[in-house]
Design a protein around this ligand. Structure first.
Ligand code: TEU
Ligand code: CA
Length: 513
């Protein structure tokens, strides 16, 4: 097994629309990102994963791709993207992009061609057109079939603006091979595969979930792996949602994907037994395959981690989405800080979603008319949707848009964010930002992938030692606990007690050898 760059990497997720706006139009872009590369370098991340950056009508924040070989004009140009890749590489930051193989935009050349060519045409065979609709429901709500003017219906597991490709058509396979090469040839270091498990459909099996994890989907990734192996160290990371660890693990077989997001950990309640079991199981499924585990606390699809951990029910369930339940944000902050030290100490790679390092909270008072998420619109406003975790970052200053750009921001930022800008937190030694910086620095020197051994500090405490002699202790109990013997405290998520004890909802990194 070769030591590849991603095994122990810290990977920062950039939601480009909301990262930094270089031209003052209110929308984050490549110019803004390029100007902030020193921030990411200083933060200490090894790679950036960018959500889709292709031309898109933005019916689903760019997950409706109109052209897989170009850049969304409001983000910049292809030439700028190439310059960005080069600049990132100069700072030793790798670049992972998002590929969306399940569906395109309804404005893609292929779908427009399919509409024009009519029923029975080869162009329609690239999608799922039928004379009668099926009864599947869209993941965003409402039916998964939409009718076109000539009477046929097409399948879309997500929004109607996102028609599903027909992965039984060899042309679709060839197209995506070509798209992967297009970006690998431009220096991209990895591909995040969107909705990786749902590409293949079985309409006749009678299963209401006849699109999740069908056997043929694995053939797709075997061929992608062969392709990526022709290049040097290119990562394939899958977005694979599964409660079933055994089925999840199939994507990580040595001839398939290198890694996949650990949503089990993301959705795990703030509970010592549940977390211990999630970590144990994660390592048990990854180890035999030689795949590095990943540790994810948040992304652009789920409620901000501070807000989640401040709720009575801290879990995030893929099924029922977010409930908008009240949150004790002070408690949430304390736990999120502890969780960050936990995630960053575990063996494998770790993902940081932009704003997580600032401790941003879910924005739940976005005016209805500004909400963009199709999940909000298509659910008939019964779920809050995902806009609340996608609000543009606060960088500096006292007034919105807090250095995000020279104009406004496409979603309004809370007034209170003046206290959590990068500028404000940089000056505060105890800030979340400085905790992330310090942890990422130590992590880069001595953590990453490898092994860990549990130590017993009581049922309510997670404690383990890494091979470098760093011990991570997280107290999830109601009261303080004593620390195991140690030489020094390297980093703590919050103040320790007067006698050096570890308070509730606090984590510490110790030098123990
Ligand atoms: O998400 C896949 C997916 O299954 C979503 O339903 C996800 O579970 C949901 O957003 C959670 O609230 C991916 C992308 O991450 C998401 O942003 C896209 O909307 C979706 O694919 C369609 O491309
Ligand atoms: Ca802009």
């Amino acid at each position: 097994m070769s030591e590849t760059w991603w095994r122990g990497a810290a990977i920062y997720q950039v939601y480009l629309r909301s990262f930094a706006d270089g031209n003052g139009d209110g929308i984050g872009d490549l110019a803004g990102l390029r100007a902030r590369l020193p921030y990411l370098s200083d933060l200490g991340v090894d790679a950036i994963w960018l959500n889709p950056w292709y031309p898109s009508p933005m019916a689903d924040g760019g997950y409706d791709v109109a052209d897989y070989r170009d850049i969304e004009p409001s983000f910049g140009t292809l030439a700028e993207a190439e310059e960005f890749i080069e600049e990132a590489h100069e700072l030793s930051i790798r670049v992972i992009i998002d590929v969306v193989p399940n569906h395109s935009s309804d404005q893609s050349a292929w779908f427009q061609e399919a509409l024009a060519a009519g029923p029975g045409s080869a162009a329609r065979e690239r999608f799922w057109f039928r004379d009668e609709p099926g009864d599947w429901k869209s993941i965003f709500g409402g039916p998964a079939w939409t009718q076109v003017p000539d009477g046929q219906w097409y399948l879309h597991l997500f929004a109607p603006e996102q028609p599903d490709f027909n992965w039984t058509n060899p042309e679709v396979h060839r197209e995506f091979h070509d798209v992967l090469r297009f970006w690998f040839d431009r220096g991209v270091d990895g591909i995040r595969i969107d909705s990786a498990a749902v590409l293949v459909k079985d309409f006749d099996g009678g299963d209401p979930d006849g699109y999740t994890d069908l056997p043929e989907v694995h053939e797709v990734y075997r061929s992608w792996r062969r392709l990526s192996d022709e290049y040097d160290e290119r990562l394939l990371v899958g977005e694979v949602w599964f409660p079933d660890q055994e089925r999840f693990a199939r994507y990580l077989r040595p001839d398939e994907l290198h890694t996949a997001f650990n949503f089990d950990f993301l959705g795990c309640p703030w509970d010592p037994a549940a977390l211990r079991e999630s970590i144990r199981q994660t390592l048990a499924t990854h180890r035999p395959l030689g795949a590095p585990a990943t540790w994810v606390l948040s992304n652009h699809d789920v409620a901000r981690v501070v807000t989640r951990y401040g709720r009575a029910d801290t879990s995030w369930d893929h099924g029922d989405r977010r409930d908008g339940a009240p949150s004790d944000l002070e408690l949430g902050h304390r736990r999120a800080r502890a969780a960050a030290l936990l995630a960053m100490a575990l063996p494998g790679s770790v993902y940081v979603y932009q704003g997580e390092e600032l401790g941003l909270t879910e924005v739940d008072d976005i005016p209805d008319e500004l909400r963009q998420d199709p999940m909000w619109h298509r659910s008939g406003h019964t779920v809050p949707g995902r806009d609340g975790c996608r609000v543009p970052l606060p960088w500096s200053g006292d007034e919105a848009p807090f250095g995000f750009g020279a104009g406004s921001s496409w979603l309004p930022q809370p007034e209170a964010w003046k206290k959590v800008t990068v500028e404000a937190q940089g000056a505060d030694l105890g800030s979340m930002l400085n905790l992330y910086r310090a942890a990422l620095r130590i992590r880069r020197e001595e953590l990453g992938d490898g092994t860990m051994s549990w130590i017993d500090v009581g049922d309510d405490v997670l404690a383990f030692t890494r091979e470098s002699g760093l011990t991570c202790v997280v107290n999830l109990g109601a009261g303080p606990v004593g620390l195991p013997p140690h030489e020094a405290v390297l980093l703590a998520s919050g103040p320790l007690g007067d006698a050096g004890e570890l308070p509730s909802d606090t984590a510490v990194w110790l030098r123990t050898a």
